[in-house]
Design a protein around this ligand. Structure first.
Ligand code: GUN
Length: 285
């Protein structure tokens, strides 16, 4: 029987634990963790993501603020905003929603975030920590995928894992994280000659390519555990990178789209924000 990797339910369970932790802080009269999201412009997908993040904060009791800046904002103006948040002792986490308008260099903005408040895990300090397998912030989708696999007791150490995609946001950090979990990791990408050759013998396949239903049955085997990171809009419907209907029943486990990795990304952002709060308190009291 195929197992459904239910990210929605897994995220709800983690939210309940986070809410208990935040409630305890409130009852002890402690400061409450706070996340600030900066949104530049009005890209509808970004507005929707940012709204969902703020709503999730509210559900568990984390304070949140959305700073919406006009599309025409200069790079310096965005960086000045970040610097103000870096200096604000009541702010634990800072997230700059991507993509930014073309005239702004994402790298310059991300590098201006205090690494101790970089709950997105995109600052070079945190990227290095992930590579060194040291404590730091891990990008939310990558960490959420591994949390989901662990919640279903999928063995990681010694398993063959194939990551499809090599983006800064998902594929690269995920490959590193799976390596830190002692998987044997293969990364496939647009220049890979024969992707099914790798995926068909893998224990775990994570698809993060951004091509609707690209992963079909010939990529898979009965032992496959599949995690679908894809969020593609086709005829106003959300579709993953995996042909779910074809794969279901033919594999060991698979995550759906929606209600798979999406909710895991958001709940991981909440976890990272609480970690930012806890770690800052450890350092500064
Ligand atoms: N846009 C889409 N996904 C993400 C994410 O994980 N972090 C940020 N900052 N922007 C995104």
């Amino acid at each position: 029987m195929t197992t459904l990797l239910d990210g929605k339910q897994c995220a709800l369970d983690i939210e309940a634990q986070l809410k208990t932790s935040i409630d305890a802080l409130r009852q002890n009269g402690e400061r409450i963790p706070k996340l600030v999201v900066i949104l530049v412009g009005t890209n509808p997908a970004s507005v929707s993501y940012v709204t969902n993040k703020a709503k999730a904060c509210t559900r568990v009791g984390i304070l949140s603020e959305i700073i919406q800046l006009p599309e025409i904002s200069s790079e310096d103006a965005v960086i000045e905003e970040v610097k103000g948040l870096n200096a604000d002792p009541n702010v634990d986490g800072i997230l700059v929603q991507l993509p930014l308008p073309k005239h702004i260099r994402s790298k310059a903005v991300i590098e201006s975030i205090d690494p101790d408040k970089d709950v997105d895990g995109l600052h070079s300090v945190n990227v290095t920590k992930l590579v060194m397998n040291e404590r730091g912030f891990i990008p939310c989708t990558a960490k959420g995928v591994v949390t989901l696999l662990k919640a279903y007791n999928v063995p990681l150490a010694g398993s063959d894992a194939v990551v499809l995609g090599r983006s800064q946001l998902v594929g690269r950090p995920l490959a590193q994280l799976l390596l830190n979990e002692n998987c044997t990791v293969t990364v496939c990408h647009s220049k890979t000659r024969d992707i099914p050759h790798y995926t068909a013998q893998a224990d775990i396949v994570v698809a993060a390519i951004g091509k609707p239903k690209m992963v079909t049955l010939d990529y898979l085997s009965a032992k496959s555990v599949i995690v679908d990171v894809g969020i593609n809009k086709v005829d106003d419907k959300l579709v993953g990178d995996v042909d779910f209907e074809a794969a279901w029943d033919k594999v060991t486990a698979i995550s759906p789209v929606p209600k798979g990795v999406g909710p895991m990304t958001i709940v991981t952002l909440l976890q990272n924000t609480l970690d930012a709060y806890t770690w800052r308190k450890e350092r500064h009291g």
